[in-house]
Design a protein around this ligand. Sequence first.
Ligand SMILES: NC(=O)c1ccc[n+]([C@@H]2O[C@H](COP(=O)([O-])OP(=O)(O)OC[C@H]3O[C@@H](n4cnc5c(N)ncnc54)[C@H](O)[C@@H]3O)[C@@H](O)[C@H]2O)c1
Length: 257
Amino acid sequence: MTATNTPTPRVALVTGTSSGIGEAVVKKFCELGHQVLAVDFNPAGKAVAEAAGAAFFQADLTDADACHAAVDDAIKRFGGVDILVNNAGIQHVAPIEEFPEQKWRQIIDLMLTAPFLLTQAAWPSMREKGWGRIINVASVHAQVASPGKSAYISAKHGMIGLTKTAALEGGDQGITANAICPAYVKTPLVDNQIADQAKMHGMEEQEVIEKIMLKNAAVKRLIDPSEVAEMVAYLSSDLAGAVTGSSWNIDLGWTAQ
Ligand SMILES: NC(=O)c1ccc[n+]([C@@H]2O[C@H](COP(=O)([O-])OP(=O)(O)OC[C@H]3O[C@@H](n4cnc5c(N)ncnc54)[C@H](O)[C@@H]3O)[C@@H](O)[C@H]2O)c1
C-alpha cells in the first residue's frame, strides 16, 4: 500500500483533553478532519472539546468501568475507534519513604492501568478494520528517573512495556503502537511544578525553569504542546504504518548525555 500525505478521516479517542497536550492533540485531529471523542474527568473539558469541534465524554479513568464506557461511547457515536491516544496524567512529588500509597495507586491506575484497559477495549474495533493506531504519551521519565517521582516514573516506564507488547501483538492486524517521550512541555502540569519548586527553593519561577528544568536540556526552552501534537499526528497517520513499538523522544536533547 502506498501512503500519501492526504490524511484519511479517522475516529480518534483522546484522553486528558481539558488542557495541555491533550487539548492540542484534539485541536490538531479536528483540523485533520478526524471525528474526535475527548475524554476527561474535568467537566471544563466539554467546552474545550466543543470549541475544537470534538465530542466530549466525562470519565474518571482511574475507574475501570469508566474506561469501558468511554470506548463504548466512541463506538456508539462514531462506529468504532481507529486512533487511541493515552494522554491523561497527573504528578505527585515525594520521596519513596513518604510517598502516600493512595497517590501511588491513583497514578498507576490512571497512567498504566487505564491505557491498558482502553487499549483492550478499543482493540476489537481496530482489528475488525485491519487498521489502528495507539499512541501513548509517556515522558522522558519513561527512560530516565528523577528523585521524588517514583509512581510517575514507574507508570511511564511501564507504559513503554505496554507499547512494545501492543506493537508485537498488533503487527499482523494493521495495528501500530508507539510512545512519545517529551521533556518539559508548557502545560498546567508543569506550571504547577514551577510554582511549587519556586516556593521550595526560594527562587523566581524563571530561575526554576532555567536552573532546574532545563539544566539537562541542549535546547533551552520549554516545549509547546502543539509540537507534541504534530508528532502524535504523524504517528497516527497512514504514513507511519511501518513505525511501531518505538519511543519517540521530543526532549530538547535531555537524554543525549
Ligand atoms: N507537561 C510536561 O512537561 C510533560 C512531559 C512529559 C510527559 N507529559 C505527559 O503528558 C500527558 C499530558 O500532560 P499535560 O502536561 O498536558 O498535563 P495537563 O495537566 O494539562 O493535562 C492532563 C489532563 O489529564 C486529565 N486527568 C487527570 N486526571 C484524570 C482522571 N482521573 N481521569 C481523566 N482525566 C484525567 C486532566 O483533567 C487534564 O486534562 C501526561 O500523561 C503527562 O505525564 C507531560
